[in-house]
Every structure is written in C-alpha cells, then in structure tokens.
Design a protein around this ligand. Structure first.
Ligand SMILES: [Zn+2]
Length: 60
C-alpha cells in the first residue's frame, strides 16, 4: 500500500493506519478515500497529496 504525503504540511497518510479520528478505518487505500477527504492538519484537498514512492522520496 502506498503512502501519500501532503506537500503543504508534510502529513503522511498511511493506509495501514488510516485516520480513525476522521472516520477513516485502518487498511483504507488512499484511492478509496472519499473525494472530500482533506488533510487533517492543514485542510489540503485530496488531489494535493503526492504519492510517496520508496525509490524517489529523497527530494524531500
Ligand atoms: Zn497538510
């Protein structure tokens, strides 16, 4: 499962953890999040998130 990162504040969405505080059960793929999902920290839209690939996550 891919981790997605908010480019604005650095929040990481990890599908293994989900976001229970916001009603997202663990094991929920980022792709399966509702379209109105927003970053719980800064409110960035789902479309702002960037996929974090293991190979290319070192350009910050
Ligand atoms: Zn954010």
């Amino acid at each position: 499962m891919a981790i997605y990162v908010c480019p604005l504040c650095g929040y990481e969405y990890d599908p293994q953890n989900g976001d229970p505080e916001n009603g997202i059960p663990e094991g929920t793929e980022f792709e399966d999040l509702p379209e109105d999902f927003v970053c719980p920290l800064c409110g960035a839209a789902k479309e702002e998130f960037e996929k974090q690939d293991n190979d290319e996550d070192d350009d910050r």
